[in-house]
Design a protein around this ligand. Structure first.
Ligand SMILES: [Zn+2]
Length: 297
């Protein structure tokens, strides 16, 4: 039986829109549709829904700039899926800070990265922790990582999506601890090209600055946490995508700290993501300029 909760949530999002049906079809897509393949289904043969939201549907850009926001890789972290859908809806209705990014920006929202176990379990239907199944530092985690990197259809689907889109930045949303998890530092990647290391340093500086936007948060990295095979390490070190893992601090949206007004965490995270995507665009430009200078001394 195909789970319908996910479809209902996406249906609701589409139903409340002012767009024409032709645009609706471009908004609600799947990893298969994007990659031009028909092989990407979960263990239990579910689709990977993607909501592709553009800042302008009127203009066709020679060079679109792609970004990814992914939730639900751990199926039991329900709020991460809810948040990714909420943000997609905001951007679609032109109410989000993300709408202030340049017009050629396209954001792919993947709310259910582990569709079989949405609301059910941390692991996938094959009992693998998908966020330990990517190819950098694979095998060092004490959690089930699969018999090899990308052994699971879910991580293979994400791999294929990343290769198709060449994202400038990708955010994997998890819960629930007050952490941002950066890609692991260059000291572990001595053979990486100098420009990639420079790119890392610029991104790390931006991540450090961004910490002031999230109350009580700490900046971590997957290697120090012992979390081998994580999405953000592979996204940066293999794909050159400016990545991070955003841990939502609490399992509920509204948070009340003593003697302070209630905080709507969704809005804080939206602000943070907007800020980090803007930083990513600026870093991409800086690296491109450096590479032009390096190639034309
Ligand atoms: Zn998680």
């Amino acid at each position: 039986m195909i789970s319908d909760i996910r479809k209902l949530a996406i249906g609701f999002l589409l139903a409340t829109s002012a767009f024409s049906s032709e645009i609706e079809d471009r908004v609600h897509t799947t990893i298969n549709a994007i990659t031009g393949s028909d092989i990407h289904l979960s263990h239990e043969k579910r689709d990977f829904d993607v909501l592709t939201i553009k800042n302008s549907y009127r203009q066709t850009f020679v060079k679109e700039k792609f970004f990814l926001i992914q939730g639900g890789l751990h199926g039991d972290e329900k709020l991460t899926s809810d948040f990714v859908l909420w943000l997609a809806k905001r951007m679609k209705e032109n109410k989000s800070l993300l709408n202030q990014l340049p017009n050629n920006v396209v954001v792919d929202f993947l709310p259910y990265a582990n569709p079989d176990n949405y609301q059910k379990h941390r692991y996938n239907a094959n009992n693998v922790n998908l966020n330990r199944n990517f190819a950098v530092f694979w095998g060092i985690s004490t959690e089930p990582n699969g018999h090899k990197p990308f052994s699971e259809p879910e991580t293979k689907a994400i791999q294929s999506l990343m290769q198709s889109r060449q994202y400038i930045s990708a955010i994997d949303v998890h819960g629930y601890v007050p952490w941002i998890v950066a890609p692991s530092p260059p000291k572990h990647f001595s053979s990486a090209p100098p420009l990639q290391k420079l790119k890392y340093n610029l991104w790390y500086e931006a991540l450090k600055k961004g910490m002031s936007m999230l109350k009580g948060y700490e900046l971590q990295n997957a290697r120090d946490l012992g979390d081998g095979g994580s999405f953000e390490d592979w996204a940066f070190w293999t794909n050159n995508t400016l990545s991070l893992c955003l841990e939502m601090s609490h399992s509920q949206r509204l948070v009340h700290y003593p003697n302070q007004p209630v905080i709507d965490t969704y809005h804080s995270y939206e602000k943070y993501i907007y800020h980090m995507f803007k930083s990513a665009l600026s870093i991409k430009k800086q690296i491109e300029n450096k590479s032009i200078i390096a190639n034309n001394p």
